[in-house]
Design a protein around this ligand. Sequence first.
Ligand code: OAD
Length: 261
Amino acid sequence: MPAGPDSPLADAARLLAGARRGVAFTGAGVSAESGITTFRGEGGLWTKYDPVQTASLAGFLADPAVYWRVSRDRWQTYRRAEPNPAHLALAALEASGHLTAIVTQNTDGLHRRAGSRHIVELHGEGGRVRCLSCGSEEPRAEVQARLSSELPPLCRRCGGRHLKPTVVFFGEGLPAAALSAAIELAGTCDLLLIVGSSLTVNPAAMLPDLALRRGVPVLIVNPEPTPLDSRADAVLSGPAGLILPELMRLVTASGDSSPVL
Ligand code: OAD
């Protein structure tokens, strides 16, 4: 993407350089360049699988094996994935004081591994698995290890067949603490940087509206159009792994408007 003085990239860098309480809001697209397939958009997971069967509470209760068949392979991909330059740039923008937090819809843990510190995980984190019958929990890695011979996996304590990872499915509420932290951040930030989200899944997708209604700058990084493009202050069209490092470089180069830590 060209970075002339009047380009969207230059505009975005100026706005970000002036932010004191910037917040990033990320979706699956930020991890696309780590090899993790997005849900929507070109080649997305939901073009191959039905989200109601594979990621809703109702579908899971009806037949947990359908979920586990898809999740078994996706978990392997998560385990192999490394943070990409987009995750690293977001962590660096937090370290340099331009961002104060990341609100993410992702459950892959890559923001943490990239070094981001203040992370709000709206859709949970997939490291543990809970039995919906007796409530006992075990690490996902242990359940994963028996998936080749046991599908769906069974609870080691009660034999129940509804072992569910601690991620949010369609039809479930978001973790209350994470949702209220995200609302607080979107309602008080002085800039919102949206990266790699189709902005179609509520309630997460309603958060940007809290920033837009207060008139704070909203920046969007995505190779495909989003429903908020017409209301954003800058739309940076392209892969986050290319755009965010360049944005960070321009913000850093802008020097004297950087926040004092
Ligand atoms: P989506 O899969 O809906 O959207 C991903 C977005 O990332 C799309 O708009 C793509 O165009 C964009 N994208 C693709 N490659 C990119 C790249 N290299 N850089 C930047 N953007 C890129 O993901 P989310 O908006 O996160 O929930 O989806 C929200 C929720 O829907 C997920 O958390 C998940 C899903 O179903 C549940 O499973 C409950």
